[in-house]
Design a binder for this molecule. Sequence first.
Ligand SMILES: CC(C)(COP(=O)(O)OP(=O)(O)OC[C@H]1O[C@@H](n2cnc3c(N)ncnc32)[C@H](O)[C@@H]1OP(=O)(O)O)[C@@H](O)C(=O)NCCC(=O)NCCS
Length: 404
Amino acid sequence: MDNAIKRRTAMQQPHYNKDLDVRQIGPEDLARARLVAGRAFMEHAEDWYGEDETTLAGFDGEGTMVCVLGYQPESLWWGEAQIPAGAIGGVATDPKHKRRGHAGGLMVQAIHILRERGCCVSPLWPFSYRWYGKFGWACPAPRLELKVWPDLVRQATATVGEVRRATADDASAVHRLHTEGAQLRNGQSVRSEAFWQKEDIRRELWVLERDGGGVDCSALMLIGDLGRGQGKRITVRELHGASFADQLKFVRSVADMDGVAVLNLDLPPDSLLLGAFPERFNASVEFDLALRVLDVGQALAHLKPPENLQATVSFEVADWVVNADKPLAVTVQAEGGQVQVSEKADKDALCCDINTFTQLFAGGLSVAQARAMGRLTGGNPAVGASCDALLHGRVPYRSDVEAG
Ligand SMILES: CC(C)(COP(=O)(O)OP(=O)(O)OC[C@H]1O[C@@H](n2cnc3c(N)ncnc32)[C@H](O)[C@@H]1OP(=O)(O)O)[C@@H](O)C(=O)NCCC(=O)NCCS
């Protein structure tokens, strides 16, 4: 590994409480955990954290619970592959015990515990990229926020249909639409059909009727009142389905709903809706997702590359949490739609830190881009091309409905 990167990774080891006792807590400790979270977030946290095995708490030298987090075990779509993941949320330190490295110690232990439990990646919604970045998380891609005016949408296409609230009978159609769209990208959770029957989800779920029966497109939408008789604000939090034509028809039909004055769309950054409207509109990119590969070898082993891809790539990944002494050496070989992973690297390995590896693995960063930013060394043009062919291209995306 290149000396500059070695120096940088050595410096990246942050200040944190190495002696924190981190363990999974049971029902007897939940009340204290919720009190810690309530104080930290200044919110009611009485129903936070699960009674199952997904709450981890940190105890200081006196045996006092000082910090806590919860995680949701789930699998994420990576194209057609499913990657086992743990979405971390509710990271909290009791304000009385802040800035003593407790949350840092909790994150480090959580990485080890989640790895032991088979989680290969971990998404979360960070309060600070800098802080989580110290422990290996990175932003895989931004989210696109479009603010369009209903009048403008009406000019985009003449095709209008009927958008109505979803019923229990729509669950399997919505499930199919969501899965089709999710398999085009990386990072969305694999959901069951039962997910669409949950009360809080059903409340926001709308569908576009297909002529002659069925559903063409669906979305999770928030509908609010602008006040003073100005009409409604509709926020599309998630738009399902793989077809651009159906998505445009859905948005067009929403613009025709009664009293809509403002229409906001939260979308993947590669959404074709960005090019759908004839006039100016507001578009912004929001950086609010963080991701970490917890287990480099296992994450690569879960990929499902195209049948015709033949590629071999070696990596040397500096991940001080997993191995503080030396970079992780991994070689991945893709052939006939299968991947083989071995724990060694050849002399042309791509060398980077875990944050950069996570961004490469997530598909949003190419080898040339990482190199241009001074975050990757080693390899050669053929290895770079193989890495991009294996990992780059499918856009990472999670809507704000996702856990974390
Ligand atoms: C965010 C939060 C969890 C951090 O908890 P914490 O236990 O204070 O975190 P740490 O002590 O590990 O890290 C905080 C800082 O203390 C510093 N620190 C670490 N060990 C230290 C020590 N022994 N003495 C002094 N400072 C120390 C860290 O370097 C870090 O500095 P930085 O902010 O400049 O990076 C806590 O502030 C909190 O609960 N906030 C409200 C809820 C929230 O926003 N949660 C996150 C949701 S994603």
